[in-house]
Structures are given as structure tokens and as C-alpha cells.
Design a binder for this molecule. Structure first.
Ligand SMILES: [Zn+2]
Length: 108
């Protein structure tokens, strides 16, 4: 029997996800005005796609934007979370002015 050295990747809960690699989560430079917690961001490479998807989150909710889109700031975050709270959603996805695929129903 052989025993392999394995690298154990540390994972954590983040936004809508149960487990993400802890090293891929970093701090933004602003706090959420609703929960007063620092907002963190996950930047995730999606195979075959450039740019990366950026998912800032606090315990109020999460937003998904592409890396080349306008990123949330403290003030925008306030309005993003307000929108989430009003709609009861936990995740808002922005898509800039990119065309949507024909199969997209708009309420996935
Ligand atoms: Zn918050």
C-alpha cells in the first residue's frame, strides 16, 4: 500500500456557496452599511471564459459581476443589498451590456 502526500485545500463557506477555496477569498476595501461587516470577494476563473467572475458577499447577500465590469463600492453595495432585501433574493447577477444566450429565461 502506498501513501501519497496530498495537499489539503482549506475551504470555507462563502456567499451562496458551501465550500470555496479559502485562499481565493479576499477583502474588499469597504464594509456593508447594513450588517457593518467587511465585504469579501471571491474571484473565480471559469474554464474557457475570460474575464473571471467576481462575487462580493457579506452576510446580507451576494452579487456576481464580471471582472471587467464596474465593481461594487461601499455606496453601490448599500443599494445592491437594499435591492436584495426588497426582492428576498440572496444573489444578484449583473451582466453589463453583454448579450444573453437565447436560452436564458431571465429568472433562473
Ligand atoms: Zn451586509
Amino acid at each position: 500500500m502506498r501513501i501519497y502526500n496530498s495537499t489539503i485545500m482549506e475551504t470555507r463557506a462563502f456567499g451562496p456557496f458551501i465550500e470555496v477555496p479559502a485562499e481565493e477569498v479576499s477583502l474588499t476595501n469597504f464594509k456593508c452599511m447594513h450588517c457593518k461587516e467587511p465585504v469579501e470577494v471571491l474571484r473565480q476563473v471559469i474554464p474557457g471564459l475570460v474575464p473571471r467572475i467576481c462575487i462580493p458577499a457579506c452576510r446580507c447577500g451576494s452579487v456576481a459581476v464580471w471582472e471587467d465590469e464596474r465593481q461594487p463600492t461601499g455606496k453601490l453595495w448599500y443599494w445592491n443589498i437594499k435591492l436584495l432585501k426588497q426582492t428576498g433574493a440572496k444573489l444578484a447577477i449583473f451582466n453589463g451590456d453583454k448579450p444573453l444566450s437565447p436560452g436564458f429565461s431571465g429568472c433562473n
